[in-house]
Design a binder for this molecule. Structure first.
Ligand code: TAP
Length: 519
């Protein structure tokens, strides 16, 4: 489809809080008055600042990227990827089959044996540097495409997803010729072909987290993007061509979960990396059990963001907002449980409600937007169902009075109080802009409640006391603990979880280990 067929400005028509509440369980919700913040009809409302989409040319149809070339799917079928902010189709995407997965693995295997493993590591590093440079040069194109395909605000794709993706390639380029320092005293070797399956919440960034260390370690790759967000992975295929990466080193196979399963279970695939839901992670682990493959799983989370009474409250409010509303809350490490000390709970929640009233929800292409569109209708329904369960189980719901666009999948930011630890909203990953508040009195109680989850991916601590940070951080069962900040990512820092959040680390030197076997 030519780019001009999609609407300019995704949210021209807006609906009132009352009308939009069909997407959320309105009967029990307390909706704040519109005058409580910058939202709605306040005289302080922001003027529209839409990013131009002219830089992006979205084609009508995309094929698979196998052995350096675009190929039609063997079954001849396509799926459609939609703009979640407008519900309009963006492009037809090849529906890769197990036969296509087989061709991609064959190409990756050949490229590994004949080209990539024979290159001097320094030469491999040059390709990674080149890819990083091209991502930087084409950053606007990537940011606009990502926002159109995923629904995330352009501010986030422009300032977080794309720069971090480029930084990952840059960082791992530096490792490519220094692998022996990553595994001192041992001889590092690549696995060969790696199979990677990624989710829809950070499509380009997850691709970079997976492909950059894999290539730096000397592997070749077959990657399957999520069905609702394939466009930046397909644009990345173009970057590989532009960087003159040897054919077959990176292969991108779009298609359903079953195609992902064909990739990861193929005996020629020596290592598997997956990011997504715990249930699919378990299916993959079972599917490849006993095959001797390396496996890293980055799954869900239900992070506690713990605010102690001595915290700088306004900073903590900002951190809590960033923790749960960044990327619409569709973040595995989102701070979706607010643990606040009872002595400050009332004041903290009042400030939090004020801040939430100022969030701007709507057109993700607008540079002022804080909360964009939910990635898919299915995800909207899943969030709505869990929010309804919170109301039914007796938690108190509050939502700010913000206008929502009449088209697209938008969910009003939601705050629950009076939440019991047994409530589903306190236990299950909602993957949406929904925060469940639980109070505590003592440090020990905070730690116990924070660890009372099947997950263990991340956590946040807000306090002025360094000693308390050290005490609490070391007691939390979470792979990543942020102190007086949240959702900070850096290619040099390892990231990963405990328990049902998976195993293995991505990022940093530890992220390289997963892509190396050492003797
Ligand atoms: P998943 O089903 O886990 O999707 C993640 C990736 O796995 C996608 O590429 C998906 O392909 C693929 N996949 C699905 N079934 C597969 C299988 N049997 N074998 C191999 N690959 C398979 O996530 P979802 O359905 O999009 O979201 C469901 C829930 O998962 C969300 O509500 C959220 O709670 C959680 N989630 C967590 C994360 C992170 S980062 N922890 C990310 C996304 C979702 P298709 O897209 O083609 O189905």
């Amino acid at each position: 489809m030519p780019s001009d067929q999609s609407p300019k400005g995704a949210a021209p028509r807006r609906t009132s809080a009352r009308a939009a509440s069909v997407t959320t369980p309105a009967p029990a919700a307390t909706v704040a008055p519109a005058s409580s913040g910058l939202a709605g009809s306040s005289p302080w409302a922001y003027a529209p600042a839409p990013e131009s989409r002219d830089i992006v040319t979205i084609r009508q149809r995309y094929g698979l990227f196998i052995d350096g070339k675009e190929r039609a799917p063997s079954g001849g079928e396509v799926t459609i990827t939609y703009n979640p902010a407008t519900e309009e189709p963006l492009a037809e995407i090849a529906k890769g089959t197990p036969a296509d997965a087989d061709r991609a693995i064959e190409a990756a295997d050949r490229a590994y044996r004949k080209v990539w493993s024979k290159l001097h590591p320094r030469e491999r590093a040059k390709y990674l540097y080149r890819i990083s440079r091209i991502l930087q040069e084409r950053s606007r194109e990537f940011a606009v495409t990502e926002t159109m395909d995923s629904g995330k605000p352009i501010r986030e794709s422009r300032d977080v997803d794309v720069p971090l993706a480029a930084a990952h390639f840059w960082y791992y380029a530096g490792w490519a010729d220094k692998l022996e320092y990553a595994v001192p005293g041992r001889r590092p070797e690549a696995h060969g072909v790696v199979g990677q399956v990624i989710p829809w919440n950070f499509p380009l960034l997850m691709l970079a987290w997976k492909i950059a260390p894999a290539l730096a370690a000397g592997n070749t790759v077959v990657l399957k993007p999520a069905s609702t967000t394939p466009l930046t992975a397909l644009l990345f295929a173009d970057v590989c061509r532009q960087a003159e990466l040897p054919d077959g080193v990176v292969n991108i196979v779009t298609g359903p979960g079953s195609t992902g399963m064909s990739i990861v279970t193929d005996p020629r695939v020596a290592k598997v990396a997956f990011t997504g839901s715990t249930s699919v992670g378990v299916t993959i682990a079972k599917g490849i059990a006993g095959q001797g493959k390396g496996l890293t799983l980055e799954l869900g989370g239900k992070a506690a963001n713990i605010v102690f009474e001595d915290a700088a409250l306004d900073q903590a409010v900002e951190g809590v907002v960033n923790g749960i509303f960044f990327n619409q809350g569709e973040v595995c490490c989102a701070g979706s449980r607010l643990l606040v000390q009872e002595s400050i709970a009332e004041e903290f929640l009042a400030r939090l409600r004020d801040r939430m009233s100022m969030l701007r929800i709507g057109d993700p292409m607008d540079k002022n937007t804080d909360i964009g569109a939910i990635n898919s209708k299915a995800q909207m329904e899943s969030i709505g169902e869990l929010v309804a369960s919170g109301v039914a189980e007796g938690a108190q719901i509050w939502q700010p009075a913000c206008d929502l666009p009449t088209r697209g999948w938008f969910f009003r930011p939601t705050l629950f109080t009076n939440v019991a630890q047994s409530h589903r909203i306190a236990r299950e990953e909602i993957f949406g802009p929904v925060l469940a508040t639980i109070t505590f009195r003592t440090v020990a109680e905070a730690i116990e409640k924070a660890n009372n989850t099947a997950y263990g991916l991340s956590a946040g601590i807000w306090t002025e006391k360094g000693s308390r940070i050290l005490q609490v951080a070391s007691a939390l069962k979470a792979g990543v603990v942020w102190a007086n900040t949240f959702n900070r990512f850096d290619p040099t820092a390892p990231f990963g979880g405990y328990k049902e959040s998976g195993y293995g680390r991505e990022g940093g030197m530890q992220g390289l280990h997963a892509y190396l076997r050492s003797s």
